[in-house]
Structures are given as C-alpha cells and as structure tokens.
Ligand binder design. Structure first.
Ligand code: THU
Length: 132
C-alpha cells in the first residue's frame, strides 16, 4: 500500500489482543512533533476494560513526549472502513485540530479520508470551559 501511515497501522494491527471480538484494529499517529506512534486494541476478559487501538496510539504519543496529532490512520479487517467509536473521537479531538486528517482503511484496500471535525462536529473543547 502506498500510504506509509496506513502501512504502519496495518503492521501494528497484527499485535492486537482481541480474543473476544476477534476484531483486530491498528492505529498510527504522525505527531506534529514529527514522530510516529502506534497502537492496537487490547481486550480483556472483563470486557469493559478493553482499550481501542486509537487510545493505545494516543497513550504511546503522550508517553513518548509528543503532544499533538498531525494525522491518524486506523485499519481493520472489515468490509468498509471502521469509524472510531464515540469515546475515541473525543480522545482524538483532545490532541488534534479539527482539520487534522483521519484516514480509515480496510485490510482489503478501501480507504476513507475524513477529518477530526467531521468525525466529531460541535466537539466539547477547553474553550467551552472559559469563564468570563
Ligand atoms: N475497536 C478499536 O480498537 N477501534 C475502533 O475504531 C473500533 C473498535 C476495537 C474495540 C474492540 O476491541 C473491538 O474493536 C471490537 O469492538
């Protein structure tokens, strides 16, 4: 595949721990600071304790010392590109501008290009907490 961010997400997807859903997901972030960070879903027998691939990639970015998402790609083995869950949309919005590209891909080669603001219009942001 020609998109290196999708390729990175595809590779880390292989490491997912998804024995319950059998649905492996990979995510890759290029940070504004210029590094790439990877995440995969990590499920748990106590199902709500599982974490999404996007959350893993964000945690890796923050732990590495970077602070902003320039671009994120997510890939799964699905008929159509899988949109991030609601919680992950909020997590991504915490660290990205609205116009940051979000690339959703399937292992079969379908690609949907969208943005943070398209995925979470009207996002709750820190600006909403400003008090005059
Ligand atoms: N999942 C992700 O990791 N990211 C998404 O965008 C959609 C869903 C995971 C959570 C769970 O481990 C499995 O996919 C099935 O929902």
């Amino acid at each position: 595949m020609e998109d290196p961010l999708i390729d990175a997400a595809r590779q880390v997807r292989e490491n997912a721990h998804a024995p319950y859903s059998r649905f492996k997901v990979g995510a890759a972030i290029d940070s504004v600071e210029g590094r790439r960070h990877l995440g995969c879903n990590v499920e748990n027998v106590a199902y709500p304790e599982g974490t999404c691939a996007e959350a893993g990639a964000i945690a890796a970015m923050i732990a590495a010392g970077d602070r902003r998402i320039a671009s994120i790609a997510v890939i799964a083995d699905s008929p159509d590109p899988v949109p991030p869950c609601g919680g992950c949309r909020q997590k991504i919005a915490e660290f990205a501008d609205g116009d940051a590209p979000v690339t959703l891909a399937t292992t079969g080669g379908k690609v949907l290009r969208t943005s943070v603001a398209e995925l979470l219009p009207g996002a709750f942001t820190v600006g909403h907490m400003d008090r005059a």
